[in-house]
Design a protein around this ligand. Structure first.
Ligand SMILES: [Zn+2]
Length: 84
């Protein structure tokens, strides 16, 4: 997966990194650690491979359909935006 030009700034300098990807669908969430992503070194734009996103969607579905246990759970605090 090599991008030629960044859609955002036109740069051709990319680096592959591993990030925690947050997948959300209809109020349900799955965090996928170590997800590979190409990052533009000039503007920071992130490009995920379509095949990677499909894998994530598949894992999300099998976990929420009860076919697969996630590795772990975390608790995330939530807050609707309000001015202090
Ligand atoms: Zn860029």
């Amino acid at each position: 997966m090599a991008k030629v030009r960044c859609n955002s700034c036109g740069s051709s300098r990319f680096e592959e990194r591993k990030v925690d990807y947050l997948y959300s669908h209809q109020g349900k969430y799955l965090i996928v650690q170590n997800t590979p992503v190409e990052v533009c070194l000039d503007c920071g734009m992130m490009y995920y491979d379509g095949a990677v996103l499909e894998d994530i969607e598949e894992q999300f579905l099998s976990i929420y359909e009860g076919n697969k246990e996630p590795e772990s759970y975390i608790k995330i605090p939530t807050q609707t935006y309000c001015k202090p």
